[in-house]
Structure formats: C-alpha cells, structure tokens
Design a protein around this ligand. Structure first.
Ligand SMILES: [Zn+2]
Length: 293
C-alpha cells in the first residue's frame, strides 16, 4: 500500500497477518493518522448482529410426543436476547448493508437483515449452534460452542431472531475490532557512557522485562531481535542508568498497529474498510469545502 501523506508516502509492512489478527508496521505516517485509523477500527466497522428476538410465550407442544413444555426458562428473555446479540456472525460487506442505506428503504430484505430460529426442548443446554439461519447456512454464528441457557425437564425455548448491520457507535454488539492499539517503533541503543559502571549495567540487565537485556563479559546486550513489541518494553529501563548508557529511541513516523477481530470480518477486511471509511469521510469534507461560496 502506498498513499500520499504530506508529499511522502505511507508504507505498510506486515509483521503478522492471521484471519482474526493483524500486526503491521506503517512508516511515513504520524501519531494522529494512526489514531484516526485506531478510532475508525474501534467504532465504525459495520457488521451483522442480532437486534430483535421474538420469544414464543405460553405452553409449547411437542407434536410427536404430545407433551407440553413451559416457555419460561431460568433466565429473563432480555438476558437471552443480549447473549444472542453478542454472538459473532460472518458478514460479507459486499452483500449486507445498513437498513437505512438499503434499497428496500428500511423494510428489511436479503441485503440488510438475516432471520434465525431456535427450537429446543429440555432438559438440555441451548448453545449458539442452535441458532439456525433461515436460508443461507453460512450465516451461522462463528462461535457455536457458546452456551446460551440451560433448560429444565419441562422447559422449552422457541424464538425467532433478526440480525441487522450496525456499528459499535450504536452498541458494543456491533464491535468488530478489539484490542486496537499502536505504538512507535523503538530502536535500542547501547553504549557505555562516562561515569557508568559494570554494576550499573548489571542492574539494568537484571531489571529488564522478560530478560531482554543481558550483561555478560562486561557488555550489555539486547536480546529482543527485530521484534517491535519487545523493543518498546524497554522504555522504562533506560531510566535505570542515569548516565544514559541505554537509550530507547522512538520513531515519530513509524508505528506498529495491532488489533484483533471477532471473526465477523477478517482482520484484512476490517483494516481495508477502516481506510476506505476514512477516505470517504475526508472526501465528503473536501466536497463541502469545494461547495463553499
Ligand atoms: Zn434491505
């Protein structure tokens, strides 16, 4: 990726990319730009989540055995609905959009909502996997083993749920990215300064987090290799030598971004969408400025 930023260009170096996790180094950027990306990842990514749950009230009859079940369970319906709301649902942003932006004008269609059903009779534990999509089976939740509620011998749960697209600005159940953070790239510089002693360097090494510094043969050495997440850990260690023999230099235009997703979007899709959304917002602003008399 390369994008214009104040004449220079932003470069992307993937440190680690998994389906649900991205760790990337961006250079030619600033802390403010990184923060804009961070805030967008946290609040503005759209995804599907259960919004409405309709519970069957009154007795539930099993047609085969003729047995009657009670529809009230050990948990309030609201609590069950909330649990269903928090389940991650795979979201294809090419297919789904917010109801307010849909061609159906908010009436609800195959592009803005997904219907599910649950039909379980006790005694049993109802799991997330019992929430069945009506239609496309690929829209089943990504966390099938989450327990929802335990049903007693004469209890049953019959409900219909509707998932719609939203963002975390409205409710945390629409939060795609978690643990979103960034930090500057740090470079470790070691050189024994005047006044510094072996015992001082030894003390610095012994107090270093995760044994990242080693003092052997009269020399202080850094053991963190090229891992940016290790170098930043030594930020506090430099204060331990008042002579300045250990220095952690922070780059103000190279940052490491790290986040995870709940799986509804892949880390790659989430990152791409966040950047697209930022561009859209600035483009709207630019048009507004253009329209000024
Ligand atoms: Zn629609």
């Amino acid at each position: 990726m390369a994008a214009a930023a104040g004449g220079s260009s932003v470069e992307l170096n993937t440190v680690e990319l998994k389906t649900r996790m991205l760790r990337a180094e961006l250079s030619g950027t600033t802390a403010s730009q990184m923060n804009a990306i961070r805030r967008t990842l946290l609040s503005d990514l759209p995804k599907l989540a259960i919004e409405d749950v309709e519970f069957h009230l009154g007795p539930i009859r099993d047609e085969t055995s003729g047995k009657d079940y009670d529809s009230s369970t050990s948990m309030f319906d609201e609590a069950i609905a909330l649990r269903l709301g928090l389940l991650p649902i795979p979201t294809d942003l090419g297919q789904f959009r917010k109801k307010s932006e849909c061609t159906c004008k908010g009436e609800g269609c195959a592009h803005c909502q997904v219907m599910y059903s649950i039909d379980k009779k006790g005694p049993c534990t109802v799991y997330a996997r019992d929430l069945l999509p009506l239609g496309d089976a690929t829209l089943a939740t990504l966390e099938p083993e989450v327990p929802i509620v335990r049903l007693g011998a004469r209890q049953a749960l019959l409900a219909y749920a509707t998932a719609i697209v939203g963002t975390a600005r409205e409710h945390a159940k629409w939060q795609v990215a978690q643990a979103v953070g960034f930090f500057p790239r740090a470079t470790i510089k070691i050189s024994k300064r005047a006044g510094c002693t072996d015992s001082c360097l030894k003390r610095v090494a012994e107090a270093s987090p995760s044994g990242l510094l080693e003092f052997t043969g009269g020399k202080l050495t850094y053991r963190g290799g090229d891992d940016p997440e290790k170098a930043i850990l030594l930020l506090g260690s430099q204060r331990l030598c008042e002579h300045g023999s250990l220095q952690v230099e922070l780059d103000d235009n190279r940052f490491v971004l790290r986040f995870e997703t709940d799986g509804s979007l892949s880390a790659r899709e989430a990152f791409r969408f966040a950047l697209k959304d930022l561009r859209r917002r600035f483009e709207e602003l630019r048009e507004a400025v253009q329209a000024l008399p």
